[in-house]
Design a protein around this ligand. Structure first.
Ligand code: FES
Ligand code: FES
Length: 167
């Protein structure tokens, strides 16, 4: 199939890629941009391992046609797990996942990170119920989820401490 040139803005950088018009965003990120953090965990939009953010909203990149998310002046800013670190340092949620064992095999972790990041951007102090609800579209086969909740709560506390300290 004939390829077409599209432009995507990912993690703050613009990229031109020549791809088939129907190519999915998940495959474009992984195969054309080398951003392999986002994972394919299912064939039926049920696992959340491919979650990314577009303009802050968590979305399943396995269901998105890349050409429909070309950057324009109004938006379509794509963030993947590779863009979560802040100025080269681990973000609070990344550090907390490490500290609390929120990740075991790690396959689901990038998707969870993006979902949690979107939640905390939208609502810096979510209730337990809001945290559970937000994670309902992400599946993990390893952790049992408890460590993830602990990590998310620790990240919220770390962010609050940082804000109180003026960081
Ligand atoms: S790969 Fe499972 S929801 Fe996208
Ligand atoms: S840590 Fe293995 S699937 Fe979640």
């Amino acid at each position: 199939m004939k390829k077409e040139l599209i432009e995507l803005k990912v993690n703050g950088r613009r990229h031109e890629v020549a791809i088939e018009p129907s190519k999915l965003l998940l495959d474009t990120l992984r195969e054309d941009l080398g951003l392999t953090g986002s994972k394919r965990g299912c064939d039926d939009s049920s696992c959340g391992a491919c979650t990314i953010q577009v303009d802050g909203v968590p979305m399943l990149s396995c269901t998105m046609v890349a050409a429909s998310y070309q950057c324009d002046n109004g938006g379509n800013e794509i963030t993947t797990v590779e863009g979560v670190a802040e100025h080269g340092a681990l973000a609070a949620i990344q550090k907390a996942y490490g500290d609390w064992g929120g990740s075991q095999c790690g396959y689901c972790t990038p998707g969870f990170m993006m979902t949690v990041r979107a939640l905390l951007e939208r609502n810096p102090e979510p209730s337990d119920e809001e945290i559970r609800h937000s994670l309902s579209g992400n599946l993990c086969r390893c952790t049992g989820y408890t460590q993830m909740y602990q990590a998310i709560k620790a990240a919220i506390q770390a962010e609050q401490k940082g804000m109180a300290a003026g960081k």
